[in-house]
Design a protein around this ligand. Structure first.
Ligand SMILES: NC(=O)c1ccc[n+]([C@@H]2O[C@H](COP(=O)([O-])OP(=O)(O)OC[C@H]3O[C@@H](n4cnc5c(N)ncnc54)[C@H](O)[C@@H]3O)[C@@H](O)[C@H]2O)c1
Length: 362
């Protein structure tokens, strides 16, 4: 039995409360939130639970084995660091932290103390994403030309992070998993309309080796809720539409074939191939339940997390590069340069604000 402490009981935290409470391998023994009302509301549902406003009070190995951190992004680093230093396993919501340097510090701490550092990249536990990964991995789609993803809705509007840091971690984590590699460079543009320092809508382009790219469009200022990813391969194309109740994945037997070499324009004709469209059957399991169960297995059976600290770091590296580009009019930023920026942050002795317009290219 793993004793869990849940930290942050706002919009998302109660989902952890419900899920861990219903899993036979776990027991919620502590809860924590700065907000009195949220704490009291959660306390009523869990008999005998230790409730506190003070995070330090739940960092007690007599009380909990692990903590689940579901607080605003900017608090992730400090809270996770404290919990690891107290000898507790940590499940931290996405994004892992606000810089690659912070992520590396957390990875090193977890390794030093032999603890699990688990990042909430929920979609990697989604059976539709697993099916898409199978289609990419077994070559059914052929070489991947590009992936495009839209994550749009009206709200919820954040003040602490922009739409990129709030919404794009999902798409980035899925795309890195599908392609099994990180981008070489990124560029990002956006609009801060409601609040002059916080971008409401962003378009991120990731450029990969082997002539492949991915485009992510995120917004909390859009009339329609859209959760759509399109994977275009040389042989076939596929979509993951999370708004569809049943046919979440569709595979289109469509492609364009380029002509062989010709030296006259008249002969240079592309041929379009049209075939069946099918929707593979999915054994739908609640992704959050699968994610929480895996966290418990990692602790009880000493398994390695699918979404470990390194996984969290790769996503944050892309976000950090994208943020630099966003604040430099969409300039291309190489992922390799992120290490250089982390060093600048360290020299200044301060961790940069993830929406900061100070992050200018040298
Ligand atoms: N995986 C997903 O699909 C998903 C969905 C929504 C949110 N999230 C993530 O969950 C996290 C929380 O998001 P949210 O929408 O619930 O935010 P929220 O603002 O609704 O709730 C955050 C809660 O944390 C509490 N809090 C803040 N600082 C604290 C501290 N130091 N100690 C204790 N409590 C503290 C606040 O009082 C608040 O109740 C974010 O990291 C977000 O990215 C993930």
């Amino acid at each position: 039995m793993v004793r869990i402490g849940i930290v942050g009981l706002g919009y998302w935290g109660p989902n952890f409360e419900r899920t861990f409470d219903n899993l036979p391998q776990s027991e919620i023994t502590a809860i924590c939130d700065l907000n009195e009302e949220r704490l009291q509301y959660a306390e009523k549902k869990l008999t005998g639970v230790f409730a506190s406003h003070n995070f330090d009070e739940i960092l007690n190995r007599e009380l909990v084995d692990a903590v689940v951190i579901s607080t605003p992004t900017k608090t992730h680093f400090e809270l996770t660091k404290k919990a690891l230093e107290a000898g507790l396993h940590v499940f931290v919501e996405k994004p892992l932290a606000t810089s690659a340097m912070e992520c590396q510090t957390l990875i090193d701490l977890a390794e030093k103390y032999g603890l699990k550092l688990f990042v909430g990249h929920l979609f990697l536990y989604n059976t539709a994403v697993k099916k898409m990964k199978e289609l990419v991995g077994n070559g059914a789609l052929g070489n991947i030309c590009y992936i495009s993803s839209q994550r749009l809705n009206l709200g919820p509007i954040r003040q602490d992070v922009n739409a990129l840091w709030d919404l794009a971690p999902h798409d980035i984590s899925i795309i890195l998993d599908l392609l099994d590699r990180s981008p070489v460079s990124v560029n990002c543009q956006g609009l801060a309309y409601l609040n002059k320092n916080v971008h409401d809508v962003c378009t991120l382009t990731m450029h990969f080796e082997k002539k492949c790219m991915a485009i992510i469009n995120v917004s909390w200022l859009d009339p329609s809720k859209t959760r759509l990813m399109t994977v275009v391969g040389e042989k076939q194309m596929a979509t993951f539409n999370d708004m569809e109740p049943l046919e979440k994945i569709r595979v289109f037997n469509k492609r364009v074939e380029a002509p062989g070499y010709s030296d006259s324009f008249g002969e240079f004709q592309f041929s379009f191939q049209y075939g069946d469209t099918c929707s593979p059957w999915l054994n739908q399991v609640e992704p959050l339940k699968a994610e929480c169960r895996h966290f418990l297995e990692c602790i009880e059976e000493n398994k390695h997390p699918l979404t470990d600290g390194h996984n969290g770091l790769e996503v944050v590296r892309v976000l950090e590069a994208a943020d630099i580009s966003l604040n430099n009019h969409g300039q291309m930023v190489k992922i390799a340069d992120i290490k250089q920026f982390a060093a600048i942050d360290a020299t200044n002795g301060s961790l940069k604000d993830c929406n900061s317009s100070e992050r200018k290219m040298k």
